[in-house]
Design a protein around this ligand. Structure first.
Ligand code: ADP
Ligand code: MG
Length: 180
C-alpha cells in the first residue's frame, strides 16, 4: 500500500518545517512543491500586483504524478499541493491569523501580501479548495498552540493510524471582523 500525504496551508503555517521533520523521522521521500515548480520552470508569469509567481498547475500536476507513481511513501508539501492529484490524504495546517502575522512579517512580504495571506487563513481558503478536490480525505490541524515537535508527533500518530484529525471545526473568521 502506498502512503501519499500532502501537507498544505497558508504560507508560514509551518508546512516545510513540519514536512522536513516528518520525512526525516519516517525515512520517507519529500517533495517541496515550490522547489519542483521553480526547478522545472513551471512559471507562467508574475502577478505584479500581488507579488507572486503564477504557477502552471497542469504541468506541475503532471510532473508530480510521475514522482508519485514511483513512490510508496511520500510527503508533498506546499500551498499548491492540494491543487494537484494523487494524495491519499491532504492535511491542511491552520494557524490563528494573529500568530501567522508575526511569522509573515519576518519574511520580506509587503503589507498587502501579508494581509492577503491572513485573510486567506481567516477564510480557510486552502481548506475549502482541498475539500472541493479531495472531499473526505482532507483533514485540518490547528497548530497555533503547538510546537514543531508537537505537530510532528501528532502527524506521526495520524500517519500511523493511531490518531484521527477532523475537518471543518476550525474557525478564524472572527479575525476578519476586526481587520477589514
Ligand atoms: N509550530 C510552530 N511553532 C512555532 N514556530 C513555527 C512552527 N511551525 C513553523 N514555525 C516557524 O514559522 C516559520 C515558517 O515556517 P515554514 O515551515 O517555513 O512555513 P511554510 O512552509 O508553511 O511557509 C519558520 O520560521 C518556522 O520555524
Ligand atoms: Mg514552505
Amino acid at each position: 500500500m502506498s502512503n501519499i500525504i500532502f501537507i498544505s496551508g497558508t504560507p508560514c503555517t509551518g508546512k516545510t518545517t513540519i514536512a522536513e521533520n516528518l520525512t526525516q523521522k519516517l525515512n520517507w521521500d519529500l517533495v517541496k512543491i515550490n522547489d519542483l515548480a521553480i526547478s522545472n520552470n513551471f512559471v507562467l508569469g508574475i502577478d505584479e500586483d500581488k507579488d507572486y509567481k503564477i504557477i502552471d498547475i497542469d504541468a506541475l500536476d503532471e510532473n508530480l504524478s510521475n514522482i508519485i507513481s514511483s513512490s510508496d511513501n511520500l510527503i508533498v508539501e506546499g500551498h499548491l499541493s492540494h491543487l494537484c492529484s494523487g494524495a491519499d490524504k491532504v492535511i491542511v495546517l491552520r494557524c490563528r491569523p494573529e500568530i501567522l502575522e508575526k511569522r509573515l512579517a519576518s519574511r520580506n512580504y509587503s503589507d498587502a501580501k501579508i494581509y492577503e495571506n491572513l485573510e486567506a487563513e481567516a477564510l480557510g481558503v486552502c481548506s475549502a479548495e482541498s475539500l472541493d478536490i479531495y472531499e473526505n480525505n482532507v483533514y485540518e490541524l490547528d497548530v497555533s498552540d503547538l510546537s514543531v515537535d508537537d505537530v510532528v508527533s501528532i502527524l506521526l500518530d495520524v500517519i500511523g493510524g493511531k490518531r484521527e484529525l477532523t475537518f471543518g471545526e476550525i474557525d478564524f473568521m472572527e479575525w476578519l471582523l476586526t481587520h477589514q
